[in-house]
Design a protein around this ligand. Structure first.
Ligand SMILES: C[C@](O)(CO)[C@H](O)COP(=O)(O)OP(=O)(O)OC[C@H]1O[C@@H](n2ccc(N)nc2=O)[C@H](O)[C@@H]1O
Ligand SMILES: Nc1ncnc2c1ncn2[C@@H]1O[C@H](COP(=O)(O)OP(=O)(O)OP(=O)(O)O)[C@@H](O)[C@H]1O
Length: 299
């Protein structure tokens, strides 16, 4: 028997970052939008816990127990006093270390798939608790749609979205480590007063109305200067997307994937083609959101 779960990537339409907390994390006002780029996690009973991965970035994915999918299976098994022995296969389409929560998607996907395979019957709240233990982005991967994440990003409030937003994503050559980007944020902010992170009312309004121009005017990412400082070539990609007609261009989360909001699907195709031709990135993808969260496809 096997169960497959499909899980979306995310883009942060607002990422407001507060000062470093004593535990090393940062309080956030993190407005997540799930987009239609997906990983699929298939879980099958096996004699030992095993992870395999396929896809263009598969060689960058750890196959040991540090993989977030394996950690999710172990966490659920421990809580329910059972063996975590399963084969987890990840069909990976979300870029690795790209700031699109690919590892988090696999953690949420494995959790939901194991719950279904084992008949654990865990409540939504229990699944969300385990997700929060696995990582700050993991609860949102389970829930999908659009949500405001507070605390370190794990406390979610669902948000209303009044339409479909079209995006182009440019994947960079190389990755950025999330902790390294937060450290650079701290370094750049040394000696300055960092305000409490708050969600922008204009941004929430633009999401609720489904208005891409208003959303473009309101997006922001406090990690962008840090990502650009560690990966200066991203400025060329952002400029190429703007020149191609994107409504706005920003670094996705901790980067180095860059995200371009466009008016419609036709504009997405044009901006994608120009970004590909610009030679400023490794690959280009189009996707729209909101997309549904982790979903069981079948057994
Ligand atoms: C940049 C974002 O992707 C935006 O959605 C997230 O904030 C990162 O979420 P994530 O990858 O799930 O991160 P976690 O696995 O929880 O944390 C990895 C590391 O990122 C830093 N981190 C993460 C979240 C947060 N609110 N403050 C932080 O400082 C910490 O150094 C932490 O050790
Ligand atoms: N299932 C997984 N898929 C990809 N990377 C994983 C996975 N499990 C653990 N990792 C590790 O996590 C690191 C970050 O990968 P990931 O693709 O999640 O980054 P990200 O998309 O930038 O994350 P985020 O947007 O949540 O900060 C990888 O370099 C890898 O070592």
């Amino acid at each position: 028997m096997s169960v497959t779960v499909r899980v979306p990537a995310k883009v942060n339409v607002q990422l407001a970052v507060g000062a470093a907390r004593p535990d090393g994390y940062h309080d956030l006002a993190n407005v997540f939008l799930a987009v239609g780029l997906y990983d699929e996690v298939t879980v099958t009973e096996a004699d030992a816990l095993r992870v395999t991965c396929a896809g263009p970035d598969a060689h960058q994915v750890p196959l040991d127990r540090t993989n977030l999918a394996a950690r999710a299976a172990v966490a659920l098994a421990e809580r329910h006093g059972r063996s975590p022995d399963v084969h987890l296969h990840i069909a990976k389409d979300i870029p690795v270390a790209g700031g699109m929560a690919g590892g988090s998607a696999d953690g949420a996907g494995a959790l939901l798939a194991c719950d279904a395979l084992w008949g654990t019957g865990a409540s939504r709240d229990e699944l969300l608790d385990i997700c929060a233990e696995l990582g700050s982005d993991v609860p949102f991967s389970l829930v999908g749609g659009a949500a405001l994440g507070t605390g370190r990003g794990e406390k979610l409030t669902p948000l209303e979205v009044g339409g479909t937003f079209h995006w182009v994503f440019a994947m960079a050559d190389g990755g950025l480590s999330t902790p390294a980007v937060f450290r650079e944020f701290d370094r750049l902010g040394e000696g300055t007063d960092i305000p409490e992170p708050v969600a922008s009312p204009d941004l929430l309004d633009a999401l609720a109305k489904g208005d891409p121009e208003a959303l473009a005017a309101a997006v922001s990412n406090d990690l962008q200067p840090a990502a650009l400082s560690l990966f200066p070539a991203l400025a060329d990609t952002l400029a190429a997307g703007r020149a191609a007609g994107a409504l706005t261009a920003l670094v996705s989360g901790s980067g180095p994937t860059t995200a371009f909001l466009v008016r419609d699907a036709e504009s997405a195709a044009k901006v994608a083609a120009e970004l590909r031709a610009s030679g400023t990135c490794r690959t280009v993808r189009t996707a729209s959101g909101p997309a549904p969260g982790a979903t069981v496809l079948g057994g």
